[in-house]
Design a protein around this ligand. Structure first.
Ligand code: GLC
Length: 805
């Protein structure tokens, strides 16, 4: 079963059957202005912050057939009556002759044919603009002339997205709409909650005269809303009521008469949905974007942004699904996660206090560095400014107000209110940024720590380097009975919430990895005393992990407050957890023998055809002593589900051990593109990674949810490009250390790095997984496997030969 196909040439996925198992979405714009559009035209648009400045009302929990945020009606005049349908399929659900939703880079184009009318609508946000464009082309493909009306509709939400759902009197009392009519019949519909009347308005307009409009949902649907979105009663009348809503559920609908279209004739109407301080400030931009050339140019600029973004790393491997993910869809998903963190998707609803996570965003940064280092740096600055003076970090923060919170840890009075890992991810993110860019000056930049005085002024600044030092110093101090890091409320696995005093082996290994980065950085900065001190810390923690953490065939995951192990063969549920097996290799703590045993245990116990399971067996009932993990049924989410984020860690670990076949097998088995032909069990978009897939213990094994916003995106990209293909940015250049399937003959990578292009060809004539035999750059042999940072704006041919000898 499939619902569409990949069009690699146009860098699109094309949905051909709108009845997908769940909505499949695409992201538009950025967090500054943007959101998502689903494959049936519904949209959720925000400015700056989905919680406090949301524009359209999109309620994912309503059935897929329902109107959500926006739609478009086409009305054909037939005799004395009308035929009404939506070219997006939803909400009228008419039988269509053709339906295609082209999920493109920063745009969605819905092309459909209903009742002799072909409609092509391109939906996008021009780069840097605060408006959504819907560029609508309507063509008469029937044999006779037909009179066509076009009615685009938007439904607004109160900007405070949560309040919209908590008060059904206050919200409608504040919502108001007005019309600004221009001489030529053009109209701008303005909408605001009363309090923002003079400071912040939403507007909806088009470049075609509108004969009438509607701003009240009740009027539009008719009969006290016993009319429906599928059959709005107002559209049975020749004109809309021209009502300017003084309260209520505000919408914006414009009725355009396109006149009689002859067979083959096309009309183009461009709508804009945007936000501005006032009508006056909006008008110049509105007028510009009514011009077709301006819209065409903006669409060209969008394509150029993505050309540039993707051009930083392009691959050609023997695997077509890997190529389409690495060249198009995976880096695109990484841009979405960097923008939206875990904040706004079909599943993460952007309500309440979820906001940006320090741990999550630090990992999201890892994969966008080659393409948008400036944006990554701006995000790093924010992340470092929610770090506290003691070196730990606030768990999450609002990107507009920069107010942080302790997140879900506040739910339990009796548990620590910090996470043991958050601050350590920042060390990985900053050092990855430095290696990509060489921008060591960033280390000297002064950024404040989170704590403020009564006037809201930060209490203490510190250099970026000082922030990193305090991060590892916090974990060095914050240890428990075995000298292992205390777990805090949780570590990466948010759902295992143990009593105060519990220790985390994952945090121990993450700390080890962070120390390796600090050692390398200190050496780089010529600070041998610091390097030596970090080496001693590293050796100490390595010793503790190996003295206490080995269970016989794998590493233990936690020590509970009473000293008993979790993730051990002595447990009945949760006997083995995957994270720590992979991270004991990433940290370099595992001895070679233990590393192999741990990963073999993962393969034997946790691997499945849908991916590697997080832990096994699942907990079979709620246990307040273990916390959130036991609230899920066995096989779901962190309780024995395939929590995909962990899979790339295993891939990296396998690659570090030289197991290229396994690394690729694990990569391949969760490649969503490879599921396109049997998507019915997976259900989510085949062009992005989901956060979770139900595990073996669940009756719906293989079902994915929470697509798009997941750390899986950046780690899969990192695992594939840096560890399978093995192109690794370092302080001095690109290290080439592939670990590929033996049967590959060759692959190519074009990589932009510090202002030069590396056209890398890797040949594998004797069929090994790894082991560089020879490298040459521009015909000259290089000793070792480090290709220097040429930084000269030129293209350099790098030939790599794998194989012993
Ligand atoms: C979610 C959270 C992430 C956490 C993971 C595992 O993806 O966003 O921070 O690490 O769950 O619990």
């Amino acid at each position: 079963m499939q619902y569409g196909y990949f069009d690699d040439q146009n860098r699109e996925y094309v949905v051909t059957d709108p009845r997908t198992p769940v909505k499949w979405i695409n992201y538009l714009g950025t967090l500054a202005f943007g959101g998502f559009v689903d494959h049936t035209g519904g949209s959720l648009i925000c400015k700056g912050d989905p919680g406090h400045n949301r524009i359209t009302k999109y309620i994912p929990q309503m059935p897929s057939s329902d109107f959500k945020g926006e739609t478009l009606y086409v009305r054909l005049r037939q005799g004395t009556g009308f035929r009404l349908f939506s070219p997006y399929f939803v909400p009228t659900l008419d039988p269509y002759d053709l339906y295609q939703c082209h999920v493109g880079l920063g745009y969605t184009r819905i092309i459909s044919e209903f009742h002799g009318i072909r409609t092509a609508v391109t939906i996008f946000i021009p780069p840097g603009e605060e408006r959504v464009i819907r560029d609508i082309r309507v063509t008469n493909i029937s044999g006779s002339p037909v009179e066509v009306d076009l009615v685009p509709v938007v439904e607004y939400t109160h900007p405070d997205a949560l309040k919209q759902f908590t008060n059904a009197d206050w919200v409608p009392q504040t919502m108001q709409s007005r019309v600004f009519g221009e001489e030529n019949g053009l109209k701008v519909l303005i909408q605001y909650p009363f309090m923002f009347r003079d400071t912040r308005i939403n507007y909806f307009t088009s470049n075609h005269p509108a004969s009438s409009f509607e701003t009240d949902r009740r009027h539009f649907l008719g009969e006290n809303e016993y009319g429906t979105w599928a059959h709005p009663l107002s559209l049975e009348q020749p004109e809309l009521s021209d009502y300017e809503a003084l309260r209520g559920d505000n919408i914006a609908a414009l009725l355009h008469h396109l006149g009689a279209l002859l067979p083959g004739e096309t009309r183009r109407v461009i709508t804009q949905l945007g936000q501005a301080q006032s009508l006056e400030t909006a008008l110049p931009g509105v007028r510009r974007f009514r011009q077709e050339e301006v819209v065409d140019q903006a669409f060209g600029n969008l394509a150029r942004f993505w050309d540039d973004y993707l051009s930083r790393l392009q691959v050609q491997t023997p695997d077509a699904d890997m190529d389409r993910m690495l060249n198009i869809h995976n880096p695109r998903q990484c841009y979405a996660t960097m923008n939206w963190s875990r904040y706004l998707s079909l599943y993460q609803l952007g309500l309440g206090s979820r906001e940006l996570g320090v741990r999550d965003s630090s990992q999201d940064v890892l994969a966008v560095l080659p393409a948008v280092p400036g944006e990554a740096k701006a995000l790093l600055r924010k992340l470092l400014q929610v770090q506290k003076r003691d070196g730990s970090a606030m768990h999450q923060f609002n990107p507009l107000t920069m107010v942080g919170s302790e997140g879900d840890s506040l739910e339990r009075e009796d548990r620590p209110h910090y996470y043991s890992d958050d601050h350590l991810w920042t060390v990985l993110a900053v050092t990855a940024y430095l290696k990509e860019t060489g921008d060591l000056a960033f280390l000297d930049e002064l950024l404040s720590y989170y704590e403020k005085d009564r006037a809201g002024q930060p209490l203490e600044p510190g250099t970026v380097l000082d922030h990193l030092k305090r991060a590892v110093a916090f974990t060095r101090r914050d240890v428990g009975a075995h000298g292992l890091p205390l777990a805090g409320f949780a570590d990466w696995n948010d759902t295992v919430n143990l009593p105060r005093g519990a220790e985390s082996l994952l945090t121990a290994n993450l700390y080890g990895r962070a120390l390796l980065e600090m050692i390398e950085l200190a050496e780089r900065l010529g600070d041998s005393a610091a390097a030596q001190a970090y080496r001693a810390d590293y050796a100490e923690m390595k010793q503790r992990v190996n003295d206490h953490g080995w269970d016989g065939e794998w590493y233990i995951r936690y020590f509970d407050a009473d000293g008993s192990p979790l993730g051990s063969r002595t447990n009945t549920a949760g006997r083995i957890y995957v994270e720590v097996q992979a991270w004991s290799v990433l940290s370099g703590f595992a001895t070679p023998e233990r590393a192999h045993m741990a990963l073999d245990s993962v393969r034997r116990i946790l691997n499945s055809r849908h991916g590697i399971i997080l832990s096994a067996p699942g907990y079979k009932g709620y246990d307040p002593a273990r916390g959130g993990v036991t609230t899920y049924p066995p096989g779901a989410k962190e309780n024995g589900g395939i929590f995909l984020h962990t899979n790339p860690w295993v891939i990296i670990a396998e690659a570090m051990l030289g197991n290229g076949d396994r690394a690729f097998e694990y990569y391949n088995q969760i490649n969503p593109a490879g599921r396109n032909n049997r998507i019915e069990e997976f259900e989510c978009e085949p062009y992005v990674y989901p956060q979770n897939i139900l595990g073996r213990e669940h009756p719906q094994f293989g079902l994915a949810r929470n697509s798009w916003l997941t750390g899986t995106a950046s780690w899969m990209y990192t695992a594939a490009t840096q560890h399978i293909l093995g192109i690794q940015p370092t302080y001095d250049g690109l290290r080439i250390a592939p670990c590929i399937p033996k049967d590959w003959d060759r692959f190519q990578v074009a990589r932009a790095f510090r202002g030069a292009i590396y056209a890398i060809t890797v040949e594998n004539p004797v069929h090994v997984c790894h082991g560089v035999r020879l490298i040459s750059a521009d015909g000259r042999t290089i000793a070792g496997n480090l290709v220097p940072a040429f930084a000269d704006g030129q293209v350099h041919q790098v030939e790599v030969l794998l194989g012993g000898g």
